[in-house]
Design a protein around this ligand. Structure first.
Ligand code: FAD
Ligand code: SF4
Length: 509
């Protein structure tokens, strides 16, 4: 073992210094800078090179982590990039936004952590490898060396659609990507806020696809100005990668009041203004009392965006406690540092257009006609665990209380848009509410029509969407007759790891 590795004995885990909260809430820029080359080499050198790399197992892309850590420690950055990129289309993106504490850096995934040392900073090193490659000019478009004459249409320009497009173009097909939005990226451009990942990071990847010859058609809506039968007629294969956008309802009296909005409407409006597509956010929290309902990462993104927009106050109501929330502990910590309030074990019961002081003195005046002014909630206690192991909240009788609110954001999670409505019954939904497809071939009941990403899995993670994009590209290639059946382009994930890590924003209640 070269003396550059196994430095965990003398060197502690260290991330780059976060920007101070009072500084970072003044803008929407990323809060974590890149590691310096020396820091990246030092942190990479902590890896034990253990020979049982569970980090690789728990990474949905099975990145060759120990090897690129070693290359980074040795300063062989170009080689590290090419190795990282061989399994991950967007290493610097995953390095920034993967919830590493649930994936490659989880307690159960790093031998160092199990031995009482802290995990290696895998995500931060992966980001450094990608950012260094961009700065050094090593990232090149994957222009095909031969053309097949086959056309593939992809609906949805999120990470699943983008990864599929890159792979299919490199395989020589003519690739067209259609999306309702004006630019590529999906939730990476219009959902995930800039303080987690700046737009330029996604935009340069989108530019690379265009340079490789992928044709992007913005402003095209499947089920609207993009008709499924036309799409089928114009392409030899079609990939549906349109994500999961239907908000779960609050199911509360007053949820249709003005000022009660789904989380995605709020985040998209903020992103569009920051990108420059609109002059100002269509939904602005500035000067408002904001209540966010939900406990997942989407709720954290809303809370932190509202703080940056200059909300008068931001409260997150969540009906379980901190230990039982679905969101990442890291993101809650960031939100608390930035001044958001968390009202744990609080369950909303109704929304009203009557100001909170009136409701308190005259509870019968709980009107529901105009714009929201008050949220009524009650306290909960936690009962027996549910099927997923999270403790079930039960309302505490007589514990009702009111919170002032003139903007209420529903961040309870999403479901997948009904495929039969978008495709004129050509494609079915599964009993679980996802686009139905064969597990192996990824093909729906319509010949030559495939599905990938959140549309197939339900709300998940960017890293899973990238994997989906790579797998569906191989399936399409095979369908078109260009990839032999015996070639398995992606290693198979052990069943346990797959189950544990792919859950994202499905249910944030
Ligand atoms: C607020 C929020 C924050 C998140 N934060 C993280 C995070 O930090 N880390 C992480 O790993 N994951 C995060 N996720 C999850 C992650 O963003 C998704 O799992 C991932 O983007 C799914 O990729 P996809 O390509 O399947 O779908 P999407 O990224 O949703 O892309 C689908 C695309 O299809 C387009 N589309 C939809 N319907 C139509 C239609 N009818 N016609 C044409 N186009 C259509 C959409 O405009 C979109 O561009 C977050 C999700 C949300 C909602
Ligand atoms: S892709 Fe995500 S899970 Fe995999 S090594 Fe990178 S940060 Fe970890």
């Amino acid at each position: 073992m070269p003396d550059r590795m196994q430095k965990f004995v003398t060197l502690r885990r260290r991330m780059a210094d976060k920007r101070e909260p009072e500084d970072r809430i003044r803008d929407h820029r990323e809060i974590l800078p890149d590691l310096t080359p020396d820091e990246a080499a030092a942190q990479a050198s902590r890896c034990e090179q253990c020979g049982t790399p569970y980090c690789q197992v728990y990474c949905p892309l099975h990145n060759n982590i120990p090897d690129w850590l070693k290359m980074t420690a040795e300063g062989r950055m170009e080689a590290a990039y090419h190795l990282a990129q061989a399994t991950n289309n967007f290493p610097e993106i995953c390095g920034r936004i993967c919830p590493q504490d649930r994936l490659c850096e989880a307690k159960w995934a790093c031998t160092l952590e199990q031995a009482g040392h802290e995990t290696v900073t895998i995500g931060a090193v992966e980001r450094h490898i990608g950012d260094t490659a961009w700065a050094s000019g090593w990232v090149k478009p994957r222009v095909p060396t031969r053309l097949t004459g086959r056309r593939v249409g992809i609906v949805g320009a999120g990470p699943a659609g983008m990864a599929a497009a890159e792979e299919l173009r490199a395989a020589g097909h003519e690739v067209h990507v259609y999306d309702r939005h004006a630019r590529m990226g999906g939730l990476m451009s219009y959902g995930i806020p800039e303080f987690k990942m700046e737009q330029r990071v996604v935009a340069r990847r989108a530019g690379l696809l265009t340079e490789a010859g992928v044709v992007f058609h913005g402003g095209r809506v499947l089920g609207g100005n993009l008709v499924f039968s036309d799409l089928q007629a114009r392409h030899d294969a079609v990939v549906l990668a349109y994500g999961a956008y239907r908000p779960r309802r609050l199911n509360l009296p007053g949820e249709d009041l003005a000022g009660v909005i789904p989380a995605m409407d709020y985040l998209v409006s903020s992103s569009r203004a920051l990108i420059g597509e609109t002059a100002a956010p269509e939904i602005d929290a500035a000067g408002k009392w904001v209540v966010v309902i939900g406990g997942g990462d989407t709720a954290m993104d809303c809370v932190r965006t509202a703080v940056r927009q200059g909300a008068e106050g931001v409260t997150c109501l969540y009906r379980r406690d901190r230990a039982n929330m679905p969101g990442s502990a890291r993101e809650v910590g960031h939100a608390e540092e930035e001044g958001a309030e968390f009202d744990w074990q609080s369950q909303p019961e109704a929304l009203s257009d009557v100001p909170v002081e009136v409701v308190v003195s005259r509870p019968e005046g709980f009107g529901q006609r105009g714009a929201v002014r008050t949220v009524r909630a009650c306290r909960t206690r936690l009962g027996v665990p549910d099927g997923a192991g999270r403790k079930r909240p039960e309302p505490v009788p007589g514990s009702a209380f009111e919170v002032a609110a003139d903007l209420v954001i529903n961040a309870l999670g999403f479901t997948v848009e009904a495929a039969h409505e978008l495709t004129g019954d050509a494609v079915d939904m599964s009993p679980q509410g996802r686009v139905a497809a064969d597990r192996e071939t990824r093909m729906t009941k319509a010949p030559g029509v495939f599905v990938a990403g959140d549309a197939r899995l339900g709300p998940s993670l960017v890293v899973w969407a990238i994997r989906e994009g790579r797998e569906v590209a191989a399936a399409v290639d095979r369908y078109l007759g260009f990839l032999p059946d015996h070639v398995q382009p992606e290693p198979q994930t052990p069943a346990g790891a797959r189950r544990d890590t792919r859950i994202g924003e499905a249910a944030c209640d």
